[in-house]
Write a protein that binds this ligand. Structure first.
Ligand code: AMP
Length: 541
């Protein structure tokens, strides 16, 4: 028997209509690449988005299903694109601006992007590869200074594009399961893979991110979007804030710790997201130059890599700011789990509380997670048995874009195989120990590189640590620790070994420690283990 409720498609069009109807006065603030502050309301954005939708159809010849790419920082025009492109039933495709020329060229061709909206400051990058992406019909330049010149063919200025268009536009009718947007994985192994999101998956995901057990975001919030819009849509926040009536603060290229602290302070930000390296930078800056008044940041969400416990502790003890961890992937939109504390945790010791906060947390309603052991059986929820995280749910990928054989990525019964290794405890808290490919197998025993990194980063003299496997004649592999010392600090390998031996078995402790100036980072700010392996395994030590 069918239910008797209306069919109301869950689309991004309904999100922007809602934001404009209910929260028209709420603000979007951008610190533009040239340093000026731009501020307008949800209503202003709505009007310009409709003009842009008209321009996409009338001037750029965009049809339903076409791919329209962006190559841009986080700013208000980028938000307009997020809604205008799906609003004409096309697919919004934010490109990662930190990838190499070869990777971007590959992705643009693979996605068959028809038009690219690009920040003026990023134009030189594209001028180098433009002959190789000849199916792109137009480039639209955002935030171009006066008399801006480019060799990109068919280049149009963004403001000129929308200037004479009408703000009267009827969103193109779409089914909620139609494609809405796409992102490529950052391709740390092999070629980047395309993930095609539906309107429905984006909508449902956003509702979960704003819910209390996740972001707990409401109309009282001012949300700083540090995570790039090209990194899984800034973790969905442009849709979340429109639904929640939360003000949006966009930092564009101002991502250095000094600028972020200034924005947190001046714009009275209450909620922000970022990968651990961003939070490390913010913490160190706050220690060096504490703002005159206490920040209003009530919460921060950290994800993308494991968060060092010492950092969560530092933020809470030194600045009274609580953080929580979230886990997810490009393939999961991204949010899968969140590690907020529950009432049952109130009796825990301070130390146990922090330990729970840096776990990856419990699954969100709408997704299911299981841990599958090497022998294919499901791991018990004992907090000890390790296995691969497998996930299924309403905003989890069902197949990669244009990939014929997906069988390597899915179990026989249809769960997505994440490649992350974790345990789950009796309360359902996931704890990631590694990526399968980063685990170190030494003398037949597994060693968690993440556990060693987190332990090393808890040492008062170390600011960053990254552990990789190096080949070993006797043990097949041994861990190598690359550490970045805090300013003016030095420490011997012997002391570090003794420090680790408090928590690790002797075979798990690295034999070699290398002090380096900085850990190489990936395009989304995570430790780049592939690069470290290239540096220290191929060339030898
Ligand atoms: P991406 O698709 O670039 O967002 O990367 C997803 C991967 O980042 C996951 O498969 C994990 O390996 C890692 N990751 C994401 N969140 C966390 C977290 N909270 N703790 C540890 N690793 C994480």
């Amino acid at each position: 028997m069918k239910g008797q409720m209306m069919h109301y498609p869950l689309t991004t069009n309904t999100i922007i209509e809602y934001g404009n109807r209910v929260f028209a006065h709420k603000e979007i603030v951008t610190k533009l690449p040239d340093g000026t502050r731009h501020c307008y309301t949800f209503q202003d954005m709505y009007v310009r988005t409709k003009k842009l939708a008209n321009a996409l159809v009338n001037q750029l010849n965009i049809h339903p299903g076409d791919k329209v790419a962006t190559f841009a920082w986080n700013h208000y025009q980028h938000l307009e694109l997020y809604y205008a492109i799906p609003g004409v039933a096309a697919v919004c495709h934010p490109l990662n601006i930190r990838l190499s020329h070869e990777q971007v060229e590959y992705i643009v061709n693979h996605a068959e992007d028809k038009v690219i909206f690009i920040d003026a400051t990023l134009v030189p990058f594209f001028e180098k590869i433009v002959p190789l992406v000849d199916q792109v019909q137009h480039f639209v330049i955002i935030n171009a200074p006066q008399h801006f010149k480019t060799t990109l063919p068919n280049a149009i200025d963004y403001e000129e594009l929308i200037a004479n268009e009408s703000s009267d536009f009827n969103w193109v009718q779409v089914d909620e399961n139609d494609a809405c947007a796409m992102c490529y994985t950052s391709g740390t192994t092999g070629a980047p893979k395309g993930v095609l999101y539906s309107h429905r998956s984006i909508y449902l995901h956003a509702q979960i991110v704003l819910s209390p057990n996740a972001g707990n975001i409401s109309t009282f919030d001012k949300v700083l979007m540090v995570v790039p819009q090209f990194h899984v849509f800034a973790w969905g926040l442009p849709f979340v804030c429109m639904m929640a009536g939360a003000d949006m603060i966009m930092p564009s290229s101002h991502l250095q710790p000094v600028s972020l602290v200034e924005i947190l302070d001046k714009e009275k930000v209450t909620f922000a997201t970022g990968v651990p390296t961003i939070w490390m930078g913010i913490y160190q800056e706050l220690k060096k130059n504490p703002p005159k008044e206490k920040l209003l940041l009530r919460d921060y969400m950290v994800g993308g890599s494991a968060m060092p416990q010492s950092l969560v502790e530092g933020f809470e003890k030194d600045f009274g700011i609580t953080g929580f961890t979230a886990w997810g992937m490009t393939e999961t939109s991204p949010l899968g789990t969140v590690s907020r504390l529950q009432k049952m945790h109130s009796s825990l010791s301070q130390e146990e509380r922090y330990k729970t906060m840096v776990k990856q947390g419990i699954e969100m309603p709408g997704v299911e997670i299981r841990i599958v052991k090497e022998d294919g059986t499901i791991a018990p929820k004992d907090g000890e048995t390790v296995g691969e995280i497998q996930i299924r749910g309403a905003w989890v990928i069902s197949s990669y874009y244009k990939m014929e054989d997906n069988s390597a990525y899915f179990s026989n019964d249809g769960w997505f195989k994440t490649g992350d290794v974790a345990t789950m405890d009796a309360n359902g808290y996931l704890h990631i120990t590694d990526r399968i490919k980063d685990l170190i197998k030494s003398g037949g025993e597994w060693i968690s590189s993440v556990a060693l990194e987190l332990a090393l980063m808890a040492h008062p003299s170390i600011s960053e640590a990254c552990v990789i496997a190096i080949p070993d004649d006797r043990w097949q592999e041994r861990p190598l620790a690359c550490v970045v010392m805090k300013e003016g600090e030095t420490i011997s390998a012997e002391i570090l070994k003794a420090f680790l031996l408090k928590d690790f078995a002797p075979y798990q402790v690295p034999d070699q420690f290398i002090s380096i100036a900085q850990i190489p980072k990936t395009s989304v700010g995570k430790f780049d283990k592939k690069e470290l392996r290239r540096m220290y395994t191929a060339d030898g030590l």
